[in-house]
Design a binder for this molecule. Sequence first.
Ligand SMILES: NC(=O)c1ccc[n+]([C@@H]2O[C@H](COP(=O)([O-])OP(=O)(O)OC[C@H]3O[C@@H](n4cnc5c(N)ncnc54)[C@H](OP(=O)(O)O)[C@@H]3O)[C@@H](O)[C@H]2O)c1
Length: 295
Amino acid sequence: MRVLITGSTGLLGCALQAQAGADRQLYGVFHPARALPKALRAAQRPADVTSAGAMREVFAWAKPDVVIHAAAIGSVDFAEKNRAQTHAVNVGGTTVVAACCKDFGARLIYISSNAVFDGTQPLYSETDPVSPINYYGELKVAAEQIAATCGVPYAIVRPILLYGWPYPDERGNLVTTWVKALREHQRQSVVDNVYSKPLPAQACAAAVWEIVNRNCSGTYHVAGADHVSLHQFALAVAAAFELDPALIQAVPDSFFPQLAPRPRDTSFDTSKMERDLGLQPVSLTSGLGQMKAGA
Ligand SMILES: NC(=O)c1ccc[n+]([C@@H]2O[C@H](COP(=O)([O-])OP(=O)(O)OC[C@H]3O[C@@H](n4cnc5c(N)ncnc54)[C@H](OP(=O)(O)O)[C@@H]3O)[C@@H](O)[C@H]2O)c1
């Protein structure tokens, strides 16, 4: 099976390559502003996902049976302030990828987000109506619609708060931010009234591959096992990395008025993932332990 991964140097893109079965022929698309990535498993080509011409060339090269569309602008705050650019990538790019899937006969796995929900009624299952409260979430809803109506077999994967070691110079995540700051003995203010079920990127990748391998369609929620406030998450990180928890101060989300609105608790019900994909959610102890060990 030939699989094309967009966003191949991103956190999830790298984890997808690390978790792929040996019989998968992998092709990756990375942002053209980057140098040719090294030490990744997929054959790699640069292309901007918003360019129909460049992406058609990529599809003609990779001849994918399946496309995992993980390229996106992932910063909620950047999206809020840079709406046209984020729309072009997150919605326009999905339109281009979906059209290529149709023309080249590929299945589409679209990577969406927990941000499609307003966070007032956890735990969210796949049948709950979407209700985004920030621009990033609105664009994820729009892109899901494109995936669902473009006329190819599709699945939508909604990961929640991802963590793991990023590819060099790629976007960090809460765990890498906290580990770096605590190692430098910097105090961290972390909100204690926003909740999540943090998810190792490797576990998310494993779920995506089950969806590919089992030919699943429809929507899948993917999350970790522990339902925690971000403050509790930061304390778990300090414990796992043997760093000083006294540097972590609990604050309410109103402490960061400059940030885009965040849903309070979009945590997922993972029973569909467990039943259909045969996967157990990964605990913080296990996920952070593997990260500390370098995986
Ligand atoms: N991280 C999370 O907590 C989380 C949670 C829920 C859902 N998601 C979704 O999961 C997916 C993967 O997330 P991630 O954390 O792996 O994100 P990431 O690390 O930021 O990776 C996204 C990749 O997309 C690339 N990209 C951006 N614009 C592009 C363009 N115009 N053309 C080609 N490539 C482009 C980026 O390249 P550059 O870095 O070079 O720009 C980056 O390599 C995204 O759709 C994200 O919205 C993430």
